[in-house]
Design a protein around this ligand. Sequence first.
Ligand SMILES: C[S@@+](CC[C@H](N)C(=O)[O-])C[C@H]1O[C@@H](n2cnc3c(N)ncnc32)[C@H](O)[C@@H]1O
Length: 267
Amino acid sequence: MSSSDTPSVSAGFSLNASDYDKAVRYNIHGAKRLIDAMPGPSYANMLDVGCGTGFSTMAFVNRFGTAEITGVDAADGMLDQFRTKLAEQPGLEVTLHAADVLAMPVPDNHFDAVICSMAFHWFPKKAEAAVAMARPLKPGGDMAIMCSGRGAEHEFRQILTEIYPPVPQWIGTFDLVQRDIDEMEVYLEDAGLEILDIWMERRIRRVPVEEYLTRMRVVASHLNAGYTDEQLADLDAKITAATNKAAGPRGFEYTFTKLYAIARKPD
Ligand SMILES: C[S@@+](CC[C@H](N)C(=O)[O-])C[C@H]1O[C@@H](n2cnc3c(N)ncnc32)[C@H](O)[C@@H]1O
């Protein structure tokens, strides 16, 4: 792995891989909206970067009927979940690689489509990652990205800010992962792509506190590195109490902002 931050992110996803699909039901709908926004009309082959358990891959396959698929993910545990699903998809020709986005063992200018769904925000070097994802895209091919947008979950950030003692590595993550439209435009254009469509989706959700915290435990457990079990139990109790306090009668209300982009590699 070429990125120093990747092992802990991927280890966190591997650890919770079997709970992932259940915990992120909103991402499944988002993946479908991302794929629906791709111009098509068809793509002979596709690369899914940060493919995880493969539900975005399957949204793509369901829309375009593409049979030649390559998936790359740094977390073996997520790829194992994907392999299990593939047993029920006999018609597909799927190649999976456990690799970092910056070291993908895939050919240049080869794929008609490259997708990256809810993984880009975890890449520590975003400009380099955009270049690495553009490299295997064929001239004339399309890239589709969905990732966390600026402002997402500021309500939870506020809760973390008020926890004592402070949890700087958790609070700092918001700025590391979240991006706005103008920032994504720069990444994609510097990677030599032409943007076809780019937009931010802002939703307000109300969910039971336990559902909210379960999702955070699944998608952000790598942030626990460095804490003892005792410290984590203490933090978990404080965060649970503060989230319960912030919740209203209809549950914990939070903002979820997703950034979407569709771009093309010029011929
Ligand atoms: C939130 S999941 C998204 C999975 C899938 N694309 C989906 O739509 O559900 C993020 C995935 O990105 C992977 N990932 C994080 N950092 C990575 C990196 N630097 N290189 C490759 N994969 C990475 C994680 O292992 C995880 O499976």
